[in-house]
Structures are given as C-alpha cells and as structure tokens.
Design a protein around this ligand. Structure first.
Ligand code: GRF
Length: 203
C-alpha cells in the first residue's frame, strides 16, 4: 500500500512509521508533504530517499497547489494519506477525492480537546489547565471539519501526577508512536470496518 504522510514540523510520527518493523512488508511511504519547505520531517524523509513536496493554498514559485498534488498522488497510486502534525486546513475538494483514505493523529482523547486552534502544545496546555486525569492519542478519519471524523483508535495515559503540560506532551507522544503504526497496519491489512457508524478493528 502506497502512503503519503503530511507533516509540518519535527516528524517524529513520520519516523515512527518509517521505523516500524511490522509495517515494512505492508506499506511504502512514497511522498511526504509539508507546508514548510525547511521542516525537520523533510530531512528524515530525504535520508530515506522519499519524495518531498511543499504545498500551499496560494500560487507560489516554490510550492504546489493541492490540485497539483492530487495528480501526483494518482500517478503514485497513493491509497492512504496520514496527517501527522499537518497544520494547514486541507481543501474540501482534496479531501473528497480521497474520501475514507485520510487519517489524522491527534494528541488528545477526542472529542475533547479538539477543533480549530487545538494543535501542538495548545492541546496539552488545555488538558493541563482542565486538570484532566487522563489524556492520550486518537487516530481518526478526516473530513472537512477539524478533528471531526469517526474515531478509529485511541489509547489513554494516566496524567494524574504531572506537574507541567510538557510532561503530558511527552507521555502522549510515546503513545502516538505506537498507536499510529498499529492503526496503519490494521488499515493495510484491511482490518478496519465501519458498522453502524462505529469503526471496528478486527483481530
Ligand atoms: C503530534 O503530537 C501529532 O499528534 C500532532 O502533531 C504532532 C506532530 O509531531 N497532530 P511530529 O511532527 O510527528 O513529531
């Protein structure tokens, strides 16, 4: 299965997918897309000779438009798009061209602590300030509303003893690095089914 991974920053989830032994025979990451041409994630991708593309919602000389990307993805036969820290809103037309084939990892337990503005440390600060005792990671299908699509997988972590939002971020990131490869594996194995609007993961 050919995958594209969308990133904006350091790319630790991209690295987790690249390094996951259990995915080696199942997936090929054939494109990494970012809205920032100088992100750390591109460095990770380039070391593995993965094609990198910079995308923008506006016409510019050093980036592609989503419509260009669509053509490239069809050519590369991409069947799954993973959003791993991608901070730009993806146009609705692009999303509908890949309906049911785009997933996102969110660093909290949706439907809490999601939506517009809830990204990066903002999420962990909100969780910390709420005094919540658990947080975690969520992988969900992407539709045209931020953090809104059906939840595929989640894992929780105890944060009752933390003293800072940075500590929450660290614990959640550890979970993300396992949950995302696990979920991608299940998708690649065709073990995700939707019954009555609930996503079931088969053994
Ligand atoms: C992760 O916490 C992910 O859940 C969120 O953005 C962060 C990306 O981190 N959507 P990285 O670039 O994968 O290190």
């Amino acid at each position: 299965m050919n995958l594209a991974v969308f990133v904006s920053g350091r790319g630790s989830n991209l690295k987790a997918l690249i390094d996951a032994e259990e995915l080696k025979s199942l997936i090929n990451i054939v494109a990494v897309v970012s809205n920032k041409s100088d992100c750390l994630a591109f460095e990770i991708a380039k070391k593995k000779s993965i094609d990198c593309f910079t995308v923008s919602n506006e016409v510019s000389s050093n980036s592609l438009l989503f419509t260009d990307l669509l053509e490239i993805f069809l050519e590369k036969k991409i069947s799954l798009i993973v959003l791993a820290g991608f901070l730009k809103l993806i146009p609705a037309e692009f999303i509908s061209s890949f309906e049911g084939k785009i997933i996102n990892i969110h660093p909290a337990l949706l439907p809490s602590f999601g939506g517009k503005g809830m990204f990066g440390m903002n999420v962990h600060k909100a969780v910390f300030n709420s005094s919540a005792k658990i947080s975690g990671a969520t992988v969900h299908f992407v539709d045209s509303i931020y953090d809104n699509g059906l939840i595929i997988s989640q894992e929780a972590v105890d944060i009752s003893d933390v003293d800072s939002y940075e500590e929450i971020a660290e614990r959640v990131l550890n979970i993300e690095h396992k949950l995302l490869p696990f979920t991608v594996k299940k998708i690649a194995e065709n073990k995700i089914v939707i019954i009555n609007k609930r996503v079931k993961i088969l053994d």
